[in-house]
Design a protein around this ligand. Sequence first.
Ligand SMILES: C[S@@+](CC[C@H](N)C(=O)[O-])C[C@H]1O[C@@H](n2cnc3c(N)ncnc32)[C@H](O)[C@@H]1O
Length: 296
Amino acid sequence: MSTPQPILPSSVPAQTTPVPANQRVIKLLVRQDVRDAQRIDWLCEQIVRNRFMPVPPPENVFVGDGDFRAIGAEFLKHFVKLGDLRPADRVLEIGCGIGRMALPLTQYLTDGTYDGMDVVPDGIAWCARAITPAYPAFRFHHMDVANDLYNPQGRIEPTAVTLPFRDQGFDFVLLTSVLTHLQAAEALAYAWEISRLLRPGGRCFLSLFLMNDVAREGLRGGDRRLAFDPDAEGPTWLADPAIPSAAVAHDEAFLLDLFASVGLKPARPTVYGTWCGRTNAVSYQDLLVLEKAALP
Ligand SMILES: C[S@@+](CC[C@H](N)C(=O)[O-])C[C@H]1O[C@@H](n2cnc3c(N)ncnc32)[C@H](O)[C@@H]1O
């Protein structure tokens, strides 16, 4: 008796040409990428729903409106997908506020470490109380740096700030909505520090307002929720000259030159946001990922 053969539709050839090994590897890599993307999407959905994760009382949140948990989860996705953050990275957050980014990071940095610094003592105190006891690899540091919106009486000159961490001790530095409150000279001081603190090949993730021709055009026609004058001279635009740090936009080319001068170059194209009237954007602010030049 002969062995039964599978019945194949007539259009399917019984034998196919073998896929070359290099194409098989590419297919596997693509599938791994898709799997990683799905995993981070799933994790971020869990973070939004996770009622056990602490959240500061609404009256103590000084970092802006919106859903605290959802914004943090949105940014975790950006850190991973755009910034290539890895679970074992050593992360520094400059301007960590009251833990909006740190909380979702506790669920992702399983083998890494996190240091956050800010100029507002209450935000740091809340994070140290609510996060560090459960996640000892998450540490928070207050520095009394002056900022006319957040810390007007600060004793440390913002243009002379030195962070208390060793050279090249971090893989990933993040500043979300922080350069939106700093002048060019303050941004330069931090650019030096970021370059000093990142290991070669490390990345810096920023969300900010980048002024360029498209942004100017958008601001001319838009609702001007942010009162930057698109026809004023740069390289820095202030929404409210009475409180310069209230909202700051930076000329894109100027800022990229400033970072390039300390060895930080774009790691990927900028992802522009909706703040100036763009549509179909993934975020409100522009998202910039820089990379510290690798050693030759
Ligand atoms: C809009 S909040 C964003 C907070 C946090 N990055 C987030 O996304 O939740 C801006 C933060 O920048 C901080 N900040 C202002 N000036 C600073 C400076 N010179 N150095 C570090 N942080 C500063 C403020 O204290 C505040 O927490």
